[in-house]
Design a binder for this molecule. Structure first.
Ligand code: NAP
Length: 583
């Protein structure tokens, strides 16, 4: 008779599934530091559906998603599943793995008991209408990340996966290496190969951000395999050798430049000129590294807010900037002139579909994709691995944890057709990447729109506004408008046309921007209509103050003209709101 529970590392006979299994569990009452949230427990081995597979896990990959799952923010993944009817009051994470198939559902044809597999983390319902009609599963409303949005991930002796998640394990990799690459490599594959005519081609140039990171190290190798030339961005010269061994033609140390960040205002002549100088220098550096004056046909993006303006600028005419994350922030600024005049594409990308995962895995099977595993941990160290990640003290590259494997370096059973150098990252290199905060799924959409309750004390604009409008004509000189501002001690002047209609506002910012890159005489001689922000932003006196604040911050403005029955009667400004805070 089969045993009810096998000790860790004591592998059950092939195909024999014990009733219970060892696992690392997260429970809601201990959400918090990974070292406390993850606890070892024994639970029932999951049962499988007709299109599912039970895999005996040999090793599991470590990803950020389960740092957040352990903390319970921004989503309580357990409560989210309970809401949809799943009964388990715990979470078993893990979105990367290698292992051996122990049981298959009756509809499964692609794997059989005994197969050594790696698993990708993209799941979806095969009954989804979109998928049944042949649509890309990545756009299916049923798409979920296994081991984060679904339970029974790879941090247990057995994991439950859909058959389509299983792919052959590269024989030349040991268990922990095989568990390390799938999530990042499949994401990089779709980014580079998933976008039709814009996808990477032989002879292309690719600019790869974070070349020594999880995604970037995969992207360099994928670019190399297709015959493209890549330039890797890194934060120190100590990473150059690593990226070049992976296949980059050259590297750029991003710390040599200081123009990163949100674009200066397009009216800010001096600021924009400085930015342009910086970004042109960056472009020249790319030419220098390439040894020819070529712009990247494809830019592989994930830092986001601080780098997108430069990525779009340096991208070749007709090229593509493809982005899968915003580690430095989500408000990416785009100078639209470059986007439309040079017909560039800014493309969002998320994980990969089954076909793309398998295309990527072919590269791994052939030996052309090093898993770039920086560190492997024992089963006991699983919480520590996640804690290091939470504290940004983990090394670059990909990490994994032994689950069923009884030691490091086991599981190799063959040689690859292509032999690659196995590069190692410089010692002591730890992350400076801002911890990528996950999206509080699901992202709001039209159908899911529901009223959000916010605290509001009911203050209206009329309670705080300043009555009276100080205005000028469109032809007033900037010098005269400045004098009004100084004399009246105000921050903005409303521009009224001859019918008394407010057509714009000249703010202090507009004045300062008019002065940028001009002599005082040139600035003074300009007309109000040339420097004003047109389309006078107004709000009704009866509007809630909180709504007026959203209007101002959303439009990056400091004041609104207040109207009563559509006639301008006063001004509400950020200063008024600040005064309200101190009552
Ligand atoms: P990673 O291993 O932490 O690498 C990120 C790289 O970004 C680092 O190597 C770092 O390299 C670079 N970096 C850090 N700060 C930067 C800055 N201010 N400007 C430019 N580069 C900077 O992370 P990863 O695994 O590659 O993942 C990157 C992001 O993609 C994360 O947010 C992750 O959650 C997300 N992701 C998304 C998907 C998806 O399907 N949508 C899948 C996988 C990952 P240097 O310091 O050397 O420059």
């Amino acid at each position: 008779m089969s045993k009810q529970l096998y000790e860790l590392g004591e592998r059950p006979p092939l195909g024999e599934v014990p009733e219970k299994m060892h696992a690392w569990l997260v429970r809601a009452d201990r959400f918090g530091k990974p070292t406390e949230a993850f606890q070892k427990e024994v639970v029932n081995t999951p049962t499988i559906g007709d299109d599912e597979v039970l895999v005996y896990v040999m090793a599991a990959g470590v990803n950020y998603n389960n740092v957040w799952a352990a903390m319970g923010i921004p989503v309580n993944v357990i409560a989210a599943r309970n809401k949809t009817g799943e009964p388990e009051d715990f979470h078993i994470g893990g979105s990367d793995a290698s292992g051996i198939v122990y049981k298959v559902g009756k509809d499964v044809t692609n794997v059989k008991v005994g197969d050594e597999v790696v698993m990708h983390c993209g799941t979806y319902s095969r009954n989804c209408d979109w998928v049944k009609k042949g649509g890309d599963p990545m756009y299916s409303p049923t798409f979920k990340i296994w081991g984060y949005e679904t339970n029974f991930g790879s941090f247990a002796q057995f994991t439950r996966v859909q058959a389509q998640q299983c792919m052959p394990k590269p024989k030349h990799m040991n268990w922990e290496e095989a568990a390390a690459y799938t999530l990042v490599a499949a994401t990089a594959w779709r980014m580079l190969h998933g976008w039709g005519a814009s996808s990477i081609k032989k002879g292309d140039v690719a600019l790869i951000w974070g070349g020594a990171g999880g995604l970037g190290s995969m992207a360099i190798q994928i670019a190399k395999a297709v015959g493209a030339t890549s330039v890797a961005m890194v934060s120190g010269e100590d990473k150059f050798d690593y990226c070049m061994k992976l296949g980059a033609k050259g590297c750029i140390n991003r710390n040599e430049f200081d123009h990163w960040g949100i674009l200066p205002h397009w009216k800010d002549n001096a600021g924009y000129a400085k930015w342009l100088k910086g970004v042109r220098g960056f472009g020249s550096k790319i030419w220098e590294v390439l040894g020819e004056k070529r712009a990247p046909n494809i830019v592989f993006e994930h830092p986001g807010e601080t780098t997108i303006p430069s990525s779009i600028f340096v991208c070749e005419t007709g090229g593509m900037v493809v982005v899968c994350a915003g580690t430095t922030g989500y408000n990416a600024t785009v100078d639209l002139r470059y986007l439309w005049m040079r017909q560039k594409r800014l493309q969002g990308s998320h994980f990969a579909n089954t076909v793309q995962c398998n295309e990527m895995n072919e590269l791994a099977l052939s030996g052309q994709l090093d898993p770039c595993m920086s560190r492997a941990f024992t089963y006991e160290e699983l919480p520590v691995a996640h804690q290091l990640m939470a504290d940004n003290k983990h090394p670059h590259g990909n990490m994994s944890v032994l689950i069923g494997a009884t030691g490091f370096g086991l599981g190799v059973s063959g040689k690859p057709s292509v032999t690659m150098v196995h590069p190692t990252l410089p010692k002591g290199d730890v992350h400076t990447t801002p911890a990528p905060y996950p999206i509080s799924a699901p992202l709001p959409d039209i159908a899911g729109a529901e009223a959000i309750t916010i605290a509001d004390d009911g203050t209206k604009v009329r309670d705080l506004m300043h009555r009276g409008i100080i205005s000028c004509t469109p032809d007033e000189s900037v010098g005269a408008v400045a004098k009004i501002m100084v004399d009246k001690e105000i921050h903005a002047v409303v521009v009224m046309d001859k019918d008394g209609k407010a057509i714009g506002v000249v703010s202090q910012t507009d004045m300062v921007l008019a002065r940028q890159g001009r002599t005082p005489e040139q600035a003074r001689a300009m007309r109000a209509r040339e420097v004003m922000t047109p389309g006078c932003a107004t709000c009704d006196a009866d509007l809630l103050l909180s709504e007026a604040v959203s209007l101002m911050t959303g439009r990056r403005m400091h004041r609104l003209v207040v109207t009563e029955k559509d006639l301008p009667v006063g001004v509400i400004s950020m200063t008024d709101v600040v005064r309200k805070i101190i009552e």
